[in-house]
Design a protein around this ligand. Sequence first.
Ligand code: KG4
Ligand code: ZN
Length: 339
Amino acid sequence: MKLVVALILAIESSCDETAVAIVRGLRGHPTEVLASVVASQIPLHREYGGVVPELASRNHSLHLRGLVEQALGDAGVGMHEIDAFAATNGPGLASSLLIGSTAAKGMACAMKRPFLAINHLEGHLLSPFIHQTEVPPHLALVVSGGHTLLLDVQGAGRYQKVGGTRDDAAGEAYDKVGKMLGLPYPGGPEIERVAKGGNPKAYDFPRSMIHDPHLDFSFSGLKTAVLYTLQKVQGEVPLGDLAASFQAAVIDILVHKTLRAAKQVGHDRIALSGGVSLNRALRAAFEVACEAAGAELVVASPVFCTDNAAMIAFAALLRHLEGESSPLAGDIHPNLPLV
Ligand code: KG4
Ligand code: ZN
């Protein structure tokens, strides 16, 4: 087989992180991440307790050019050496997606190179395998602020959804409960921090649908249960106990359903990705459960868990090596499904 090395530059701007990455790779070899820069807008949106779409898109356009130059500098490559340009085309905020996608198309057009439109969820899904030689069959849990998905993965590009959330995503539940508890946005890392000093058994919050035969999730009942408990508290709010008990319920549900899905589909390898997979208590619970079930656990590196462009560049690289590209006339899709 001909060995073709490809250099990909990708942009991720689906929500409130502006990110640019450059990767180099070839079939059957671990991919090199030559540059991965992220300009987080968290401090900007914190004041509003969540992401303000117009502020997000305006800031993407302000920072993107500088980030592209920084990534090229970090990677030590010139724009003319890039073989293909990629950007996230959905799901995400329309105005934010448009900025990154239009910039990547512009560069592809100017440099007469192919453009690749990448699904943000495929980026997360593949992120645990960036440094591996292939994407092996596995059961994937993608758990982020916008999504909680279980997928049967047979290899790169071969995915089947086996479960998902029927209401809030796990990260969304973290963020909403964080807000209720008066913690800064985003709630996920704050709840993890506060939960360290609390008792996870202090409150017996519901594990909705945990024993139902299907593989879907529901987190809105849990969120409401925390709210009702909070309303009954008299005196000082037991922040640590509430955060730890909420987190214990989320982890129980995610671990239980994911292991059941792996068994049901017939996978002995489980991969975790997305912002919530940064959570150390979640990782530890999965390690214990996978060891007991004799399953291999693959978790994305912490730098590739929350939104980044390296995962988009990696997904684009795999498609580029298969000879795929996307039309410049293609649109962005705020509700783009993965499968
Ligand atoms: O993957 P991501 O950066 O963006 C989406 O695609 O949504 O995930 C962001 C989500 C937020 O909901 C955030 O609260 C959550 O990931 N998150 C965490 C942690 N760090 C980020 N949730 C729990 N524990 C954490 N340490
Ligand atoms: Zn994401």
